[in-house]
Design a protein around this ligand. Structure first.
Ligand code: ATP
Length: 354
């Protein structure tokens, strides 16, 4: 197995840089998710790694070998990689077993070797009882398992997955996330997994690269990107944080909406413009004024509330007009127009440079 390294990789389409100067090292055996909104360059990055398109600048190395550069690109079939697409792309006239064995036949293995490898992968992917069925006789999840089996049976060094679960319903999607992770743990190939779904990335990935406008905005473990977002974009995209804007009063305090909030995350320069991110469920909503000794309290007015069963979702407005979302216990209900106090515990107020 080999690492995959992107070095200052850029791909332009006309004036747009779909991938913009991306440097990233994916260790062998690691599962990395490229996560980001539509159009941020995830699929283009994956297609560059697969060799379907050539870089405009920069290069890709697998182990020691450069496989893509502006000067020379090894074609997809010359890379030991398998790619799985959204649309399973199974051959409708072949059974499950024939679909899965196809890549082995292309590689001219003898019949006994093919039978052995086929049996092993059908067992691992729990497809043995379905081996003689045709794709039209399978559910979406089963078809996706066949496409996984077909990609894995050729023992690729690198597995590339492009939104592999987006055509499945919510329950199946959840089951298949674990399945992909289980197979990865069993085979330990290097996996690059493209998704716009945060939960999918959190479940499957060792490392998440959060992409925005063709660049990697943050690279880290699921815990890193969730607890320690490095930018407003990551804070909002991962878990929908609230963002408050103000100016630093000293190294750790920020003046916001007439109050001074103690924050964590970075040393501030007095006067510096700062954003503070805080998650919806980290804010405590109080319907009576707290003791004056409790710090990090902001006054607000409820603008909307929605009962969601296990929680109540509030929208509140600060006196400077900033709207925040707060996830609170289901009771009490508080009517729109009511004055409330928000306690923002300092350890959850993450300061971000603007
Ligand atoms: P999605 O989640 O919607 O698939 P993505 O993050 O995978 O999005 P890409 O498909 O990589 O995004 O596209 C990145 C940008 O490059 C977009 O602005 C897209 O319009 C543009 N782009 C992609 N492929 C081409 C192409 N063949 N020709 C011109 N522009 C392209």
């Amino acid at each position: 197995m080999a690492s995959v390294e992107l070095r200052k990789l850029t791909r332009r389409f006309g004036a747009t840089a779909a991938v913009d100067d991306v440097s990233l090292r994916i260790e062998h055996g690691q599962l990395i998710c490229l996560l980001g909104p539509s159009g941020c360059g995830k699929t283009t990055t994956l297609r560059l790694i697969a060799g379907f398109i050539e870089p405009s600048a920069g290069e890709i190395a697998v182990g020691e070998k450069v496989v893509s550069s502006a000067a020379r690109t090894v074609p997809p079939e010359g890379r030991n990689m398998s790619m799985i697409f959204q649309s399973y792309a199974l051959w409708p006239h072949m059974t499950v077993a024939q679909n899965v064995a196809y890549g082995l036949k292309l590689r001219k293995f003898d019949a006994a070797t093919i039978a052995g490898k086929l049996d092993a992968i059908l067992t691992t992917t729990r497809l043995k009882p379905l081996a003689e069925r045709y794709p039209a006789e399978l559910s979406g999840g089963q078809q996706q398992r066949v496409s996984l089996a077909r990609a894995l049976v050729v023992e690729p060094e690198t597995l590339l997955l492009d939104e592999p679960l987006s055509n499945l319903d919510a329950n199946l999607r959840e089951e298949m996330r674990f399945e992909i992770r289980r197979l990865h743990d069993e085979y330990r190939y290097t996996t690059v997994y493209v998704t716009h779904d945060q939960a999918e990335a959190m479940t499957a990935a060792d490392v998440i690269a959060v992409m925005n406008h063709g660049k990697v905005e943050q690279l880290g473990t699921p815990e890193d990107v969730y607890y320690r977002p490095s930018s407003e974009f990551v804070a909002r995209f991962i878990g929908g944080s609230n963002i408050l804007r103000g100016a630093a009063a000293d190294r750790a305090r920020v003046d916001i909406a007439g109050t001074t909030l103690l924050t964590t995350g970075m040393a501030l320069e007095p006067g510096q413009k700062v954003s503070v991110s805080i998650r919806q469920h980290a804010i405590r909503l109080l319907n009576a004024a707290p003791d004056a000794s409790l710090g990090n309290v902001l006054q607000a007015t409820v603008t909307r509330q929605i009962f969601l069963g296990s929680t109540r979702d509030f929208s509140v407005a600060l006196n400077d007009g900033t709207e925040l979302r707060v996830t609170a216990p289901p009771e009490p209900a508080i009517a729109p127009g009511t004055a409330v106090w928000l306690h923002l515990p300092a350890e959850h107020c993450r300061a971000l440079a603007r």
